[in-house]
Design a protein. Structure first.
Length: 276
């Protein structure tokens, strides 16, 4: 859950399912009032279908939603009944969904990257992440490869950027829908590395666990009299380390190597001895 300051802005930006089961948690939430702000717990959403990918976005009145294609082509999307439907673009690779709410003296923004299917785009994901899509961005460095995602226990790197300039030595926060929160500071190149929390409950060692949750990486920056509140959201999954045994994998590989060595030497001896 992200707490964006000032006015009520973008609430519950949640990824739902493309096909199969998946769960998403409310991530971006702001509740502002003259009498003070009140945080509400995230609401879980689940969907099972084979239709277009959809995103939930509540309290988005006045927000502008833009879908960026891998070639940097873009189109505006209109939320309907709190949902954003991502239309097919005909090309594969990562696409960016950018939600912005301009208040005049402040701006809230949420960026999310989603992989969509289609014909090969011929574009590198770095082209999309390098493009300035909103004034202040938390940029994945790099995006997870195709068929991969963020996992608990794994390290993930991000770059903080204001337009085309990096934000060096700047505070940033990683939060998860499972309740974890971590503070960080970018280095001289605007880069920060987090180890994604291993915060899924009731994980059974040795048993595959396909559960997912939501993470957000957010920062604030003020420039030219405008307060920018920006967040990157993404799904993360239970670390496969909970059911994959690395020591055994290494041992099996070693046994295979030794057996191969014995077999090679035996064949060589047989050839020298004239055995056919």
């Amino acid at each position: 859950m992200i707490w964006l300051n000032y006015r009520p802005a973008l609430v519950m930006f949640t990824a739902l399912v493309v096909s199969g089961w998946s769960s998403g948690m409310a991530l971006a939430q702001t509740q502002g009032a003259a009498g003070g702000a009140e945080k509400k717990p995230p609401a879980q959403a689940m969907q099972h279908n084979r239709g277009p990918k959809r995103l939930a976005l509540s309290n988005a009145d006045g927000a502008v939603v833009t879908l960026w294609k891998p070639d940097l082509g873009k189109r505006e999307l209109e939320p309907k009944m709190g949902m954003i439907t991502l239309p097919p673009t005909g090309v594969d690779n990562y696409h960016a969904i950018v939600v912005e709410r301009d208040w005049g003296d402040s701006m809230d923004a949420i960026v999310r990257y989603e992989y969509m299917r289609g014909k090969p785009s011929g574009e590198s994901p770095r082209k999309l992440t390098s493009a300035v899509k909103t004034p202040v961005e938390v940029v994945p460095d790099p995006l997870p490869r195709e068929h991969h995602r963020y996992y608990s226990r794994a390290e993930a790197a991000f770059i903080l950027r204001y337009r085309d300039q990096v934000l060096a030595n700047h505070p940033v926060v990683l939060q998860t829908s499972n309740g974890s929160s971590m503070n960080g500071v970018s280095d001289s190149e605007g880069r920060v590395v987090f180890q994604i929390p291993d915060d899924f409950s009731d994980v059974v060692p040795g048993e595959r666990d396909r559960r997912g949750a939501e993470l957000s990486v957010s920062t604030e920056y003020q420039a030219e009299g405008v307060q920018y509140n920006s967040a990157l959201t993404a799904e993360y999954r239970v670390s496969p380390e909970h059911w994959q045994s690395k020591p055994w994998g290494v041992a099996v590989a070693g046994i295979g190597f030794v057996f191969g060595g014995f077999l090679t030497r035996r064949i060589a001896r047989n050839k020298k001895g004239g055995v056919k």
